[in-house]
Ligand binder design. Sequence first.
Ligand code: FES
Length: 112
Amino acid sequence: MSDPKLIYVCEGGDCTERGSGDIHDKLKEMLLAKDPEEAVARVRRYPCFGGCECGINVTVWPDRHFYSEVKEGDLPEIMDAVTGAGAPVARLQGKVKPDVEEMVWTLLDSPY
Ligand code: FES
């Protein structure tokens, strides 16, 4: 079995002001309801992705899904995409600059 995916929720200032703490808690609650052992995925906080104007930002690694302007109503679809029950949520993707997104994947891919 492969390692669990990591769902990162930004906890930078702008995303926090928009309510990312609640998004983190709700995602964690939804995930644990489906995956109590966290075998498929784990929810983590992330300091800041550098795409602050597009928050709330949530990324899924290693799937490389970068979701922006995330609202609570989007979470079931994000969770379905994480678990393989649904497709990536296209309407929430492609909002941050490509170089910002690439920098984030480079950092997350790094073993350090
Ligand atoms: S505050 Fe969330 S990307 Fe910077």
